[in-house]
Design a protein around this ligand. Structure first.
Ligand code: FAD
Length: 365
């Protein structure tokens, strides 16, 4: 009988394990794959501040990012570049290997190649299975809203190594496509609520002029995954179990980025397990803790996604033009990419927002 069993050795599970073992809980992680971080499913874009808070080092960085170029549905490009890098593309398998090393150093047992079956004995279970949904179903948790995605690594020179590109057009309805620099090329990806993402991505590479330059590049095998877009589940604690990371919906509803918030909220879950096992509180303290720390960010990001989902191409064009001319896109490089509440709140109180209100209302109604 272990104090704490964690299902899933992704960033969330490994972060929870480090924290729980550090607090003195007898902790074991089950990871069904033989290695952590494999197979990959992520673009690896994180804020530098988040990375520092999680690791305190910049070890797994592939590229530092200073800005972005957004393509509107009508094809107009908006480019924003800051002087200082605020984000980075990380090597996800290396990041997970480092988290694994730290979890083991804290005293957690990590059992690789071992799938959760349901007969294991534990006092508390943390479900960090990602988007798989099998453990959530067994434990009676909800399944976070998610949409399918596909990515390709392209070996090609010439992609700016400190920029990311975002495509908001008809080939990626309901979400967007992206291009992020890698060591020897670019990783392009697309998530969408309609159609088959890999086909849409291939079509985009064929038809979208700015990315046609990648068309002759050598390609990796496709990388598939599901991007969580609905925000945290209403119920993230049931009986003696907690859902964290993608399994709990701890992902930015605006961009689908879940590495930083997944790791930070996982630590709060581990502390709740510790409180519970030392008789100092219930597991429901996790719900209170994540809301206190990040509730406003999630609420505003969820709202932003809900509005975006209702917009048509024309509204997205107008929004980008307004945000660009009003300076908000440029300002975005100064804010924390992972905690977007502050930037969204500031935008909602700006004069520029009043210009967006009719369009937002039109999109909603
Ligand atoms: C296409 C795509 C691009 C993305 N890009 C970014 C990005 O640029 N930046 C960002 O911050 N986020 C990004 N994300 C999101 C990010 O990848 C996730 O939020 C993050 O990986 C969640 O971590 P996790 O630990 O909750 O789950 P995961 O990383 O999915 O880890 C779950 C682990 O659980 C294991 N597991 C599952 N079931 C079982 C079981 N029954 N028994 C044992 N083990 C099990 C799996 O093998 C896996 O290792 C992207 C996601 C996708 C799909």
């Amino acid at each position: 009988m272990r104090d704490l069993l964690i299902v899933g050795g992704g960033p969330a599970g490994l972060s929870a394990a480090s924290e729980a073992a550090r607090l003195g809980l007898e902790t074991e992680i089950l990871e069904e794959h033989a290695e952590v971080g494999i197979p990959e499913h992520c673009a690896g874009l994180v804020s530098l501040s988040g990375l520092r808070e999680i690791l305190g080092t910049e070890a797994p960085i592939i590229r530092k990012i200073k800005g972005f170029r957004v393509y509107s549905p009508s094809g107009k490009a908006y480019m924003v570049k800051g002087g200082e890098a605020k984000a980075a593309v990380i090597d996800r398998p290396a990041f997970e290997r480092e988290l694994l090393r730290r979890a083991e150093a804290s005293g957690a047992k990590v059992t690789l190649g071992s799938q959760f079956r349901g007969g294991e004995r534990y006092k508390v279970l943390i479900n960090a299975e990602g988007t798989a949904g099998r453990v959530s179903k067994r434990l009676g948790f909800g399944i976070p809203e998610a949409i399918p995605a596909a990515q390709l690594d392209l070996e090609t020179p010439g992609f700016e190594e400190d920029m990311v590109e975002i495509y908001l057009g008809r080939h990626a309805p309901g979400f967007f496509a992206w291009a992020v620099p890698r060591r020897d090329g670019v990783r392009v990806g697309l998530a969408s609520s309609e159609g088959i993402p890999l086909r849409s991505l291939e079509r985009l590479l064929e038809k979208f002029e700015p990315w046609r330059r990648f068309s002759g590049a050598r390609r990796s095998a496709p990388i598939f995954g599901k991007v969580v877009t609905g925000g945290p589940l209403r119920v993230v604690h049931r009986g003696n179990a907690i859902a964290i990371g993608d399994a709990g919906g701890f992902v930015k509803p605006t961009t689908g980025g879940g590495v930083v918030l997944g790791c930070l909220t996982a630590r709060l879950a581990a502390r709740a397990a510790y409180q519970f096992l030392s008789g100092k509180g219930g597991l429901d303290s996790f719900g209170k803790a994540w809301k206190r720390a990040y509730g406003k960010d999630f609420m505003l990001m969820r709202l932003a996604r809900a509005v975006y989902n209702r917009m048509g191409a024309r509204e997205v064009d107008t929004m980008l033009e307004t945000l660009y001319s009003g300076g908000a896109l440029r300002g975005a490089t100064q804010y924390d990419m992972d905690l977007q509440g502050k930037a969204l709140w500031r935008l909602a109180r700006s004069r520029m927002f009043f210009r967006l209100v009719p369009m937002v209302l039109e999109a909603i109604f």
